[in-house]
Design a protein around this ligand. Structure first.
Ligand code: NAD
Length: 317
């Protein structure tokens, strides 16, 4: 065990047990805000930085860190950390890749069911005194009648596929840039355009990268089945919002459920708020008791790195 006294910067919320663990090893500074300027100032003299998904650890932030050794990202996506710059500065990035898999998969299936049964529009109609009209107008679909197109068959994509295949007997189509092995459910690979035109519900589970930025744009949406649904619990930037809004307003898409947005928190004048047939949630995919508890375990890997041990979950690459 090392006798070093470390400086930790905690930029977003971690539970008391995780913070207590850090306090045994050094001094902990909590940030009220995690904008770039605040982060850059705070990391200049720390050994470890802990973030979730809101803090953007850019090359500029990393350039101001004189002795940073490790960044702990509680959660799955790594798009908020400049991994190339981290490598260049000799900073190890650790994360909790599987912490939110089940939480996000559950939400995804819940959003699918809500969309195809008109749960949110039904709720609004009942509250607005339109019970009978809304009941009469509503004819939903059963999930087992829907083919599901999964873009990105990684941890979350597979968990969604298992739920839809084993729980609802759906036909599953998938697209991934890596050939998956060891699938414990039946699923058919399709090229993206084929997947879009074959699926009643397309659900996105790719990371945000240069190749997935605006993956779902006007061209992609034109390939969708008329009357299809889109679910995005991946990252807002994977969908070109203006194209989605047009596809919804024209009635070409039957609906979309979005848990993630290009700007978070969503801006008050964001046009998606006015778009019809949308179901919007405030980036809650990972926010379950189990999911949050597992994210806090990133502290274990932060401590491993500081002790010179090999972390369990280092960022790939
Ligand atoms: P993962 O790395 O296990 O799986 C991602 C899959 O996408 C991989 O199989 C990869 O090969 C594939 N992929 C990458 N680029 C692709 C492309 N261009 N086309 C097709 N497939 C491609 O990641 P995961 O744990 O399944 O998480 C997926 C994403 O979900 C995360 O990166 C994160 O952005 C998002 N997420 C959101 C929430 C939330 O709260 N809504 C929570 C956790 C994760």
């Amino acid at each position: 065990m090392t006798d070093e006294f470390f400086q930790f910067v905690v930029a977003e919320s971690f539970d008391d047990a995780a913070v207590a663990r850090l306090k045994k090893l050094g001094n902990v500074v909590h940030l009220e805000h995690c904008d770039s300027a605040t982060l850059a100032g705070a990391v200049s003299d720390c050994d470890a930085l802990l973030v979730r998904s809101a803090a953007r650890v850019t090359g500029d932030v990393l350039a101001s860190a004189k002795r940073l050794r490790v960044i702990g990202r509680g959660g799955a996506g790594l798009d908020n950390i400049d991994l190339v710059a981290a490598r260049r500065h000799g900073v190890t990035v650790v994360y909790t890749p599987a912490a939110s898999t089940d939480a996000v998969a559950d939400l995804t299936v819940g959003l699918m069911l809500s969309l195809i049964r008109g749960v949110c529009s039904g709720d609004a109609a009942v509250r607005a005194g339109r019970f009978s009209q809304a009941r009469q107008a509503c004819v939903g679909r059963e999930l087992s009648e829907c083919s599901i197109g999964i873009v990105g068959l990684g941890r979350i994509g597979r968990a969604v596929a298992r739920r839809c295949r084993h729980g609802f007997d759906c036909d599953i189509f998938f697209n991934d840039i890596v050939k998956p092995d060891g699938l414990d459910f039946s699923a058919t690979f399709l090229e993206k355009q084929e997947l879009y035109s074959a699926s009643d519900i397309v659900t996105l589970h790719v990371p945000l990268t240069t190749s997935t930025h605006h993956l779902i744009d006007d061209g992609a949406l034109k390939q969708f089945k008329p009357g299809a649904f889109l679910v995005n619990t991946a990252r807002g930037e994977v969908v070109k919002a203006s194209a989605l809004i047009e596809a919804l307003q024209s009635g070409y898409l039957a609906g979309a459920a979005l848990d993630v947005f290009e700007h978070e928190p969503i801006l008050a004048d964001d046009p998606i708020l006015m778009a019809s047939r949308t179901l919007l949630t405030p980036h809650i995919g990972a926010r379950t008791i189990g999911g949050l508890n597992r994210m806090n375990l990133v502290v274990d890997d932060v401590v491993r790195v500081l002790r010179g041990e090999r972390p369990r979950f280092a960022a790939p690459g």
